[in-house]
Design a protein around this ligand. Structure first.
Ligand SMILES: [Zn+2]
Ligand SMILES: [Zn+2]
Ligand SMILES: [Zn+2]
Length: 304
């Protein structure tokens, strides 16, 4: 079991999940635990000879019932590739899987916040290359979603709605504009190629989205990550996070959006969180979001 400790000086929870030290670290191709179990082959995490999308409890959980949840979402039974190279149908189906997991985990009394995410690339600590994401069900409201709720208060209404309106008005940082989904580099992005993908209508969670909106969300997410891969003509590492309304009884407001935090600032250079970022919480960037948006728009067009 993991242990929660409250860091008084920071006012935040820290999770100690010490079993995770033993988790599988970049296994050889033939020992991938996220592959299907082939007839006569070694058993993997998924006891089926083939599958489309598989969801199961993380064997090395940061959270587990009755103190939250940690799940693995395997996007495909094919080892090679990425979210970008999934078929359009599979990417759309993944949105429905996310929706379903939000519904099920969010209904649990021990889950206050459901966060769907993907870490891609060894640069962000990936230990398995097989295309997959994760879901954490936090038994508390974590600081970043809490900050977003505070932004609602500050802006006097839904913050993602207000910020989307500003971005559409300015236009220069918009990357992709569809009927129901918009992608942009935020005005005050922390990462050089940070991007946010936002539902145009106010939708608290994926449960409130219409089927057409989920379809467009999958299309815009794929167009963006393909653009990322085209940007420096190399697999582009990122952390992708889906923010939705908390599922605790107290605060069920929010606005679905997906945030990408890519660590690269050039084809070779990584952004490290150092003195100012760690000690002061203030990001210092050497690129402007407007310039990144121009480069990303071109890359998205190249990859389309
Ligand atoms: Zn695999
Ligand atoms: Zn909104
Ligand atoms: Zn967010």
């Amino acid at each position: 079991m993991s242990e929660l400790r409250f860091n008084e000086l920071r006012g935040e929870q820290v999770v100690y999940a010490i079993d995770r030290q033993d988790r599988t670290f970049l296994p050889a191709r033939e020992h991938c635990p996220l592959d299907p179990t082939r007839p006569g082959g070694p058993p993997t995490e998924i006891p089926l000879p083939a599958f489309q999308i598989a969801v199961f409890d993380n064997r090395f959980p940061a959270f587990e019932a009755p103190g939250g949840a940690a799940e693995v979402v395997v996007y495909t039974d094919r080892h090679d590739g990425s979210f970008a190279t999934l078929s359009a149908e599979r990417a759309e189906a993944l949105m429905w899987v996310w929706r379903h997991r939000y519904l099920e985990l969010g209904a649990r009394p021990d889950v206050d916040y459901v966060m769907i995410f993907e870490n891609r690339g060894v640069e962000v600590g990936v230990t398995l290359h097989h295309p997959h994401g994760q879901i954490y069900g936090y038994p508390f409201l974590p600081p970043v979603p809490a900050l977003e709720l505070a932004a609602d208060e500050r802006l006097g209404g839904c913050a993602p709605c207000a910020l989307l309106a500003r971005e559409l008005d300015a236009g220069e940082r918009v990357l992709i504009e569809r009927d129901s989904v918009v992608a942009y580099v935020p005005h005050a992005a922390r990462w050089a190629y940070e991007a946010h993908v936002v539902m145009r209508e106010h939708r608290a969670s994926l449960l409130d989205c219409r089927p057409q909106e989920l379809l467009e969300l999958s299309q815009v997410l794929q167009a963006l990550v393909r653009g990322y891969d085209a940007l420096f003509d190399r697999p582009f590492p990122y952390v992708m996070v889906v923010h939705q309304a908390p599922t605790s009884a107290q605060a069920r407001r929010g606005h679905v959006h997906v945030e990408f935090y890519p660590p690269l600032r050039t084809a070779e250079k990584l952004k490290f969180l150092a003195g100012s970022e760690q000690g002061a919480g203030t990001f210092i960037s050497d690129t402007l979001p407007e310039q990144s948006a121009v480069a990303l728009r071109e890359a998205i067009a190249r990859a389309a």
